[in-house]
Design a protein around this ligand. Structure first.
Ligand SMILES: [Zn+2]
Ligand SMILES: [Zn+2]
Length: 329
């Protein structure tokens, strides 16, 4: 069975950064950055983690809010220090005289991360998006979201301003093989999420699951036949970071062990002076970072539009550094 989460760079390597993380069998998705975008599945987004508020990383927020405004439930947003103010001010730039207690109960939970703590606020549509400061909690080991089965950790590389990098990890992976399901005549489907949650929680063998259209099955049957537990999948997302040792160390401590890495590779080496001035990773530096992390797959993105006419050049330079042998001095 393929990975739980399927990542997709919605706007490709040259467009505004948006990594859409689609959860298999769940009507749920997570975003890393909210550049201008319009995927069909936007209503599935439960959490959006924003690296920083440079416009091309956040300008899709209006569209996201526009589509979510009349849906019940909570949308979670998180970013670096100052993010709660920025979202509050964005909302205050609109007129909300038509929302009241009878409006759909749509809420925003907004959090900002300063490297150690998470400061949280809530803004409700019914309350014209007035800000309520909720609390400040410790983000141990940089973990800013912890749910059954997954966590998201952050660190704050320097980009002239803090630019958050994120790593999503499955805390425990349970693979259910399709061939086994075929053997016992059950279909793949959303019911497997409940099964996996039961296995993670250690529910008893007698625990009964219902399989729509196929009756019920006890967890014990699944436990004895299938579940292979392996270390979880991890996806790291790093963008807008100057190339210096401190940033490389921060990125390494966040992304070590990640199987899949999405990493900015903005400029070619020949333009390293621009990379330095704008505090971005050049393609070669990004490739070196990915190589040292020993990730299974690395995807460079956020290429400068100055290379659109030679669009393969940034990725080529990245791949060359990613594949190179370590130089022994
Ligand atoms: Zn930036
Ligand atoms: Zn950027």
């Amino acid at each position: 069975m393929s990975a739980l989460v399927q990542p997709r760079l919605v706007n490709g390597p040259f467009g505004d950064p948006v990594l859409y993380l689609d959860f298999r069998f769940e009507r749920r998705a997570i975003l890393f950055d909210i550049g201008a975008f319009a995927p069909r599945e936007i209503l599935r987004v439960s959490h959006a983690f924003v690296s920083h508020a440079h416009m091309h990383h956040l300008s899709g927020l209006d569209r996201l809010l526009r589509l979510r405004l009349h849906t019940q439930g909570t949308l979670h947003l998180a970013g670096p220090r100052g993010f709660v103010d920025q979202i509050e001010h964005r909302l205050r730039s609109y007129t909300w005289n038509l929302v009241d207690d009878n409006s759909t109960d749509f809420r925003l939970q907004v959090a900002e991360f300063d490297g150690r703590t998470l400061r949280r606020a809530c803004l409700r549509a019914r309350d014209a998006f007035r800000r309520w400061d909720v609390d400040t909690v410790e983000a141990r080991d940089g973990v800013i979201l912890s749910e059954e089965g997954l966590s998201v950790a952050a660190c704050l590389p320097d980009h002239g301003t803090p630019s958050a990098a994120f790593a999503l990890r499955e805390t425990q992976r349970i693979n259910v093989w399709r061939s086994m399901l075929d053997e016992i005549g059950l279909p793949v489907g959303p019911w497997l999420n409940e099964a996996k949650a039961g296995l993670r929680r250690g529910c008893g063998d007698a625990h009964v699951l219902s399989v729509p259209g196929h009756g019920t099955i006890s967890l014990g049957i699944l436990r004895e036949r299938t579940p292979r537990v392996s270390s979880g999948d991890a996806i790291a997302y790093v963008t807008d970071a100057a190339d210096h040792e401190e940033n490389r160390a921060r990125i390494a401590s966040l992304a070590t062990g990640a199987q899949r890495l999405f990493l900015e590779a903005v400029y070619l080496s020949r333009d390293r002076s621009i990379a330095k001035a704008t505090r971005h990773l050049p393609a070669r530096a990004a490739g070196e970072i990915a190589r040292r992390l020993k990730v299974r797959s690395a995807t460079p993105f956020h290429h400068s539009p100055r290379y659109l006419e030679t669009s393969e050049a940034p990725e080529r330079e990245f791949r060359r550094a990613f594949a190179a042998d370590e130089v022994v001095a």
